[in-house]
Design a protein. Structure first.
Length: 408
């Protein structure tokens, strides 16, 4: 449930593979084009269809797997680049100094343990990973706030005073880093804390006249209210609060309400929504790319849709709840939901975000080391964060060209 009820035939080496239409190919008797298992005798495979290039028809730069200094690899057909939006220049450049801000609390969750998330990410080598990618990393340590009182629900909320206090502290810390020209990387902690971080980002963007796009990577829609929630856990309510549905102390943190309009946020990977919550997200027009849509269209098309019409000067924020991932990949969360993105699907998601060149802030939420296996989930999260910041197998260039300063 989105309100986040916690729940604790092979081939031997050296053998060649045979196909139905020919005997095994060997170095002495290589496979000819007419014998290729994808070609038909009456319609042999042409050179243009053949997966390997020949001297008569060499592979072009856009098709070959490796680039050379004389002809570097470009990305002219990137699905997000258009003539009007080349994703190459901006009035507000993306910062290259990353500020790590920890919030060690699970005050909005139903189970304990997410308070240890910031340290688990540090132990997994987050700062060194970003430093190795050429970024300047400032670790601001952990913020301080009230302890988890572990109380029952009051008026449909658990721990509302403590959640308000924590979010005010987070708002001020994130806003200060944005004002300093840094990229805030917020380390949770439970996902209720995203109310503070995203409110600060919305305030910052409004002051600069800059557009904002929020990608909410999560198994849950997080659009419950105190009237809909079965549990009262506020980590199931942050999107509703950011959209203006909740206590004024949270909905007005940005200085205006709502902090996010329905067209600002794209939810990806959703697979658990409560009944009342489902009606509310439909009524409010929230864009949800659930797992069925990912299954039907593939992660590439879903991400292209989620990033479509991205302003070249947009502030792109990612709120990454680790339970976005399938529990087989990331067991260290308190609200696992089976059937999430695989490791490779998640990597593609992050790489396509990096391809925009507009990532300007990031939340990493709900990592629970108490439920993890030898810090496996934290290590996976750090690998995905590296991809978000541009780590890739091959060097590519934004929007074509060969300027080394635009390579990542």
């Amino acid at each position: 449930m989105n309100d986040r009820h916690e729940v604790p035939a092979s081939i031997a080496p050296g053998e060649a593979m045979a196909t139905p239409d020919h005997s095994m190919a060997t170095p002495e008797q290589p496979m000819t084009k007419s014998e290729h298992p994808l070609a038909k005798p009456e319609q042999p495979m042409t050179k243009s269809e053949y997966p390997l290039a020949t001297p008569e028809q060499p592979m072009t730069t856009s098709r070959r797997p490796l680039a050379t200094p004389e002809q570097p690899m470009t990305t002219p057909a990137h699905p997000l680049a258009t003539a009007d939006h080349p994703l190459a220049t901006a009035d507000h450049p993306v910062p290259t100094t990353v500020a790590l801000i920890g919030a060690p609390t699970d005050v909005g969750a139903g189970s304990r343990g997410a308070s240890m998330g910031p340290e688990a990410l540090r132990v997994a080598g987050l700062a060194a990973t970003l430093d190795n990618q050429g970024l300047t990393v400032l670790d601001r340590g952990n913020l301080a706030g009230p302890p988890n009182p572990d109380q029952t629900t009051s008026d449909g909320y658990r721990h509302l005073p403590e959640v308000i206090t924590w979010n005010r502290v987070i708002h001020d810390a994130v806003f200060a880093e944005l004002q300093a020209g840094h990229l805030p990387l917020f380390l949770g902690g439970d996902h209720s804390l995203a109310i503070g971080s995203i409110s600060a980002i919305a305030r910052h963007c409004r002051a600069r006249g800059q557009s904002l796009r929020v990608l909410w990577l999560d198994a849950h829609a997080d659009f419950n209210t105190n009237e809909l929630t079965p549990s009262g856990n506020i980590h199931g309510m942050p999107v509703a609060c950011l959209a203006g549905h909740g206590p004024a102390e949270l909905t007005g943190l940005a200085g205006f309400t709502p902090a996010l309009g329905p067209g600002t946020i794209q939810q990806i990977g959703i697979r658990s929504i409560d009944a009342g919550e489902k009606r509310l997200v439909h009524a409010k027009g929230i864009s949800i790319h659930d797992m069925r849509r990912i299954d039907e269209l593939g992660m590439r098309q879903v991400m292209a849709d989620a990033l479509a019409n991205l302003d070249p000067d947009c502030h792109l924020h990612v709120s990454f709840d680790v339970d976005f991932l399938d529990p087989d990949v990331a067991p260290g969360v308190g609200t696992t939901v089976r059937g999430g993105p695989t490791y490779r699907e998640a990597q593609l998601c992050m790489e396509m975000i990096a391809d925009t060149g507009r990532l300007s802030s990031l939340d990493v939420m709900e990592l629970n080391p108490a439920l993890d296996v030898r810090n496996q989930t934290a290590e996976v999260a750090v690998e995905l964060i590296a991809s978000l910041f541009g780590k890739s197998t091959l060097s590519r260039f934004r929007s074509g060209g060969s300027d080394p300063d635009r390579r990542w």
